[in-house]
Design a binder for this molecule. Structure first.
Ligand SMILES: [Zn+2]
Length: 166
């Protein structure tokens, strides 16, 4: 089953919001010590997403899945890589989305309106929808390009080392 859960470190707030929009259960804390992130990831079987190579190495030593996001990586690229590696679905379905602010479940209230069951934030299917769709189209085509070139180039060795989930 490709349905993954994530824990995202402080530097990657934008990515956390994207994962929630895509419907993935994603924890994000603005300030959390590494050992706590490791503990939650282990207990809740979450994949760690971070820019911190040291944290990733510690995660791997503890058999926790970790994905290193490179500093200049655009969101389309990160999503494409996550999709390639973890089977992330690059489709948006607002009925399955989570609240980008608090990770709460959304409830449909009207044709184009969803409300977070936790923090009550309202989501309208408005103009931003086109932007989201465009980014996902780009991400999907990037992903296709990774899959056609397979293991040649493009990705740093550290990503390969983390290997498949065993
Ligand atoms: Zn919320």
């Amino acid at each position: 089953m490709a349905y993954q859960k994530f824990i995202v470190d402080a530097m990657l707030g934008k990515l956390a919001r994207w994962l929630r929009i895509l419907g993935y259960d994603t924890l994000y804390f603005k300030d959390m010590e590494d050992w706590k992130i490791l503990k939650i990831a282990k207990n809740e079987n979450r994949i760690i997403l971070t820019r911190d190579r040291g944290l990733c190495n510690r995660a791997k030593k503890n058999s926790i899945e970790c994905f290193l996001v490179l500093p200049d990586e655009e969101i389309e690229k990160t999503l494409a890589l996550l999709s390639h590696k973890f089977g992330l679905l690059l489709d948006i379905n607002p009925d399955a989305s989570r609240c980008s602010e608090c990770n709460g479940i959304l409830e449909k209230k009207d044709k184009n309106l969803w409300v977070c069951t936790k923090c009550k934030k309202e989501y309208w299917k408005g103009r931003h929808w086109d932007t989201i769709t465009e980014i996902l189209i780009k991400a999907r085509s990037l992903k296709d390009s990774y899959e056609s070139t397979k293991h040649r180039g493009h990705r740093p060795a550290s990503r390969e080392e983390s290997g498949e989930n065993s």
